[in-house]
Design a protein around this ligand. Structure first.
Ligand code: C2E
Ligand code: CA
Ligand code: CA
Ligand code: CA
Length: 275
């Protein structure tokens, strides 16, 4: 027999309670994750299409929860943003990544994700500047990745902060490009150094002719604005081939390399080989 409407509502509410209870528990745990040493970083290689040279590494946050095990950033970043813990966590990511990169001989660039909440935080510019001074990382080796949602909230303010960051010699990439609703307007008014083409376009490149057309259009846009385009989520040789033919500048994805922790990853092996 079907449940009476009232019972169904109760069931639904109980489930929602459980979900929000879990989120609240995770939010509490997140505030202690840094001090408990539960967070770590993975690095994913970015390469030039023309010569296959390594151009940099994107820094991706990992959380090993003491009871739940590894939790995906897709799950915990939104919670960290909702409860505000992303501000101290983001500061930790920046410090760790800059300190790490400062030790590399090759001088590769690191690309660090910046949450909209960090962009809205009063101390961001001072924090970034101090981190560079303390770690000794050359500003040109730091790239910050921001999404359009970060900008749309308060355009004037975002523009003001991004200009100050650029004045330090840091570059800025627009992340997940093509998924926001005001992409073209954002490109017109913001001083970006790189466009990161969202990986959703890569998924159905073969089955959906529209995706390929959009990729082409964005690459053409990058060329005419003289802003390099990096394609994310490149998984197959066919995708890389298409991007090469169409004149994409840089690529990132499982085909080129998975995100790896520094100890066991490519960097570690290379450092070991060199030392
Ligand atoms: P994102 O910035 O778009 O990062 C790229 C995501 O795509 C990463 O997921 C990466 O592991 C995944 N990826 C890379 N290559 C491929 C591929 O070829 N195929 C597929 N299917 N996926 C690929 P990850 O590490 O799970 O991170 C998810 C999101 O969490 C990131 O998306 C970013 O928005 C956020 N995030 C991660 N670390 C940080 C951080 O330190 N700070 C902030 N604010 N956000 C972060
Ligand atoms: Ca990113
Ligand atoms: Ca992205
Ligand atoms: Ca994304």
């Amino acid at each position: 027999a079907k449940a009476a409407p009232a019972e169904r509502v109760c069931f639904y509410e109980a489930r929602m309670d459980e979900v929000s209870r879990q989120r609240r528990a995770l939010a509490t745990d997140l505030w202690h994750a840094v001090e408990n040493g539960e967070l770590s970083l993975a690095y994913q290689v970015q390469k030039s299409v023309v010569d296959g040279r390594v151009t940099g590494y994107e820094v991706l946050l990992r959380w090993d929860h003491p009871r739940r095990g590894r939790i995906s950033p897709a799950e915990f970043i939104p919670i960290a943003e909702e409860c505000g813990a992303i501000v101290p966590i983001g500061a930790w990511v920046l410090r760790e990544a800059c300190a790490e990169a400062a030790r590399w001989d090759g001088g590769e660039r690191i690309a660090v994700n910046l949450s909209p909440l960090q962009l809205g935080h009063v101390d961001l510019v001072r924090e970034v500047h101090e981190t560079l001074l303390v770690t000794g990382l050359a500003p040109a080796r730091l790239e910050l990745e921001i999404t359009e949602t970060a900008i749309i909230a308060d355009k004037e303010r975002a523009l003001h902060i991004l200009r100050q960051i650029k004045a330090l010699g840091i570059t800025i990439a627009i992340d997940d490009f093509g998924t926001g609703y005001s992409s073209l307007d954002t490109l017109r008014s913001f001083p970006f150094d790189k466009i990161k083409l969202d990986r959703s376009f890569m998924n159905d490149i073969d089955s959906n002719p529209q995706s390929k057309a959009i990729i082409r259009a964005i690459l053409a846009l990058g060329r005419s604005l003289e802003v390099p385009v990096l394609a994310e989520g490149v998984e197959t040789d066919d995708q890389l081939q298409m991007l090469t033919v169409e004149g994409c500048d840089e690529v990132q994805g499982f085909l080129l390399g998975r995100p790896e922790p520094i100890q066991t990853g490519l960097l570690g092996l290379r450092a070991a080989a060199a030392g």
